[in-house]
Design a protein around this ligand. Structure first.
Ligand SMILES: CC(C)(COP(=O)(O)OP(=O)(O)OC[C@H]1O[C@@H](n2cnc3c(N)ncnc32)[C@H](O)[C@@H]1OP(=O)(O)O)[C@@H](O)C(=O)NCCC(=O)NCCS
Length: 147
């Protein structure tokens, strides 16, 4: 089941976030996204036991939608949850009148790139050293889908 993320969910979401990204968002960042960012829509996805197994954050800026964050708990990956969240994201973006959805992804993140390609996204260009964390940089693909 997919439902809106609330502040009460952040502790669980943070566990997934910190396990997924070296440059993980912190508690305050999620509070900002939920309570103060007027452009953001956040959801969690739960399994049958009602445990949070993933989340997504979509920014809707007029005719453009941007996936700011998406992650699935490591032990729950490859079960279709990421694809389900992507379908949900696209549905909302269409309902909100968006014309495109875009995102950035590390060039090494083959699983995510494969998910996005399965969802109809194409690599538009590659941003040199787009990611930088503690002295290590990596290029990022800019991917987009017309909807
Ligand atoms: C990317 C991510 C969200 C995918 O979520 P998921 O729930 O595992 O994905 P799904 O089970 O819905 O799989 C959908 C598609 O993604 C791709 N994919 C997912 N896991 C994969 C893997 N281990 N190997 C290859 N392709 C994979 C495949 O195209 C798959 O379609 P298929 O099953 O028909 O082959 C998940 O791997 C994740 O959270 N990664 C860490 C965080 C992250 O990188 N987020 C994206 C930042 S840009």
């Amino acid at each position: 089941m997919i439902r809106e993320m609330s502040v009460d969910d952040i502790d669980m979401v943070l566990e997934i976030e910190e396990d997924s990204f070296v440059d993980a968002w912190n508690y305050d960042h999620f509070v900002y996204e939920i309570q103060f960012n007027p452009f953001s829509f956040l959801w969690v996805i739960e399994n049958e036991e009602k445990e949070i197994v993933g989340f997504a954050d979509l920014w809707i800026m007029f005719e453009r939608a941007e996936i700011a964050n998406i992650a699935i708990r490591k032990d729950q990956q490859n079960k279709g949850y990421g694809f389900e969240l992507m379908q949900h994201i696209e549905k909302l973006a269409v309902e909100e009148g968006c014309e495109t959805i875009s995102l950035e992804v590390r060039v090494s993140n083959k699983n995510a790139i494969s998910l996005y390609e399965k969802c109809g996204f194409a690599i538009i260009n590659t941003k040199k050293n787009y990611y930088y964390w503690k002295g290590v940089s990596e290029d990022g693909h800019f991917m987009m889908k017309g909807i």
